[in-house]
Design a protein around this ligand. Structure first.
Ligand SMILES: NC(=O)c1ccc[n+]([C@@H]2O[C@H](COP(=O)([O-])OP(=O)(O)OC[C@H]3O[C@@H](n4cnc5c(N)ncnc54)[C@H](O)[C@@H]3O)[C@@H](O)[C@H]2O)c1
Ligand SMILES: O=C(O)CC[C@@H](O)C(=O)O
Length: 388
């Protein structure tokens, strides 16, 4: 029986992928084999010795101590692209909210009083305050052309916007999916100096922290509208507040409210709603539950942010060994000598590495004695060993 701890609400459709005869799932559970989470901040969380896998039902992993997990030999899975459409739709909605002044207009209407005829008169008199502008022919810059950025860029392009993109690490797959009409910016500065709207879709890291800051705002096109549906910390909120005061920036729409932002007249702050659709929550939960299950049962690794991709068909063998080790010389030699000393014959074997981590999967001809696990664990460089 595998024990799964949920640190946030996870869609039931995802949890149903883990059959109850083999999985015990609860929000409080001792000795979990895996955790499933969304935005729970795991950095201060005490990692149980039994933990074998972490499943993030979403894209961003900045709430997870990934380096620490790697050192412990624990893979962290996420759900790339599973909530990208939800974020794309909210970005489009946010641009429309801002360019058509919909929130102040709605507030205005809610304050109207009188008979229907009087309200109609006030509506016609008042609407001139809310004249907006159309998105067609407006310029949009997209920083980060991953799962979300590509969808946003293509959708904006099809609405008639002129789109520029910046991503020095764009993947070949995403480049193929990006509309050929999207122009390539050479740098963040190049992009900011040309666009009226900018939206960021990058992970939070040392390289992306404050990617839009006071210095870059100085060279931005006047009356820039900034959208942040990525993460708190990617935009320097203080610098944006100052630039709004100086009329350099027209407004800011963010999914990450702070005290500075929530009451600001020209800021629309939303409660981290980017991925909050039934569809996205279900997609993420299903994807990550399937990946965690496949790892626990077969040691298959797909969509891990810190481990290599690995898969070996079962080919009838129920005698499988997984060794997670440091990616250093002589490991295969050490592993196979323990296996041959136990008089086991190797049927199939796969070894994959990524950065400082390597995984070795071995199918053998006989039932694996538990003593092998203890034996392997004493070998230098071995992080975790499991019989599956
Ligand atoms: N608001 C929400 O609810 C919500 C939902 C989903 C994702 N997110 C955030 O959005 C981020 C992006 O999600 P995604 O699914 O598109 O991820 P992704 O990994 O598919 O794409 C990220 C892209 O950013 C690019 N990038 C990295 N560093 C860069 C840099 N310095 N300059 C320009 N580009 C850079 C990468 O090359 C990649 O193409 C996530 O990491 C998460 O923080 C927020
Ligand atoms: O789980 C959520 O609601 C937010 C997820 C989002 O921030 C992500 O990075 O995928």
């Amino acid at each position: 029986m595998f024990k799964i701890l949920t640190l946030n609400n996870i869609s039931i459709l995802g949890l149903e992928r883990l059959p109850r005869d083999r999985y015990e799932i609860a929000s409080e559970i001792q000795h979990p084999d895996a955790v499933l989470l969304r935005s729970f901040k795991m950095h201060e969380w005490e990692i149980p010795g039994t933990l074998k896998a972490v499943g993030r039902a979403g894209a961003g992993v900045n709430n997870i101590p990934v380096d620490k997990m790697t050192k412990l030999g624990i893979p962290v899975f996420n759900a790339p692209g599973a909530n990208a459409n939800a974020v794309k739709e909210l970005v489009l909605g946010a641009m429309l909210l801002a360019s058509r002044n919909l929130l102040p207009a709605w507030d205005y209407v809610r304050g109207l009083q009188g008979t229907d005829a009087e309200i109609s008169k006030q509506v016609e008199a008042g609407k001139k305050q809310f004249v907006g502008s159309e998105l067609v022919n407006r310029t949009l810059g997209v920083i980060g052309l991953g799962a979300i950025g590509v969808k946003v860029a293509n959708a904006a392009q099809s609405l008639g916007m002129q789109v520029m993109g910046y991503d020095p690490h764009i993947t070949v797959k995403n480049a193929w999916q990006l509309s050929s009409q999207v122009k390539q910016a050479l740098s963040v500065e190049d992009l900011l100096s040309q666009v009226e709207f900018v939206t960021v879709h990058v992970p939070l890291s040392d390289a992306t922290r404050h990617i839009i800051n006071a210095e870059r705002l100085k060279i931005a096109r006047k009356e820039l509208m900034i959208l942040n549906f990525s993460r708190d910390g990617i935009i320097d909120d203080v610098a944006v507040g100052e630039a709004i005061k100086a009329n350099q920036v027209k407004g800011y729409i963010t999914d990450f409210p702070t005290n500075l932002l929530i009451k600001h007249e020209r800021v629309i702050a939303l409660p981290h709603l980017g991925a909050s659709t039934n569809e996205a929550e279900e997609n993420c939960a299903i994807m990550v539950a399937d990946q965690v299950r496949d790892y626990l049962e077969n040691a298959t690794i797909h969509n891990s942010v810190n481990f290599p991709e690995i898969e070996m068909p079962r080919s009838g063998s129920e005698n499988r060994l997984l060794v997670v080790n440091s990616n250093v010389p002589h490991m295969i030699e050490r592993i196979s000598s323990v296996i041959s000393n136990a008089a086991l014959n190797i049927n199939n074997m796969v070894n994959r590495s990524r950065g400082e981590i390597a995984c070795t999967l071995v199918d053998v001809d006989k039932v694996i004695p538990p003593s092998i696990v203890d034996d392997l664990r004493t070998k230098e460089g071995v992080l975790t060993v499991r019989i599956l």
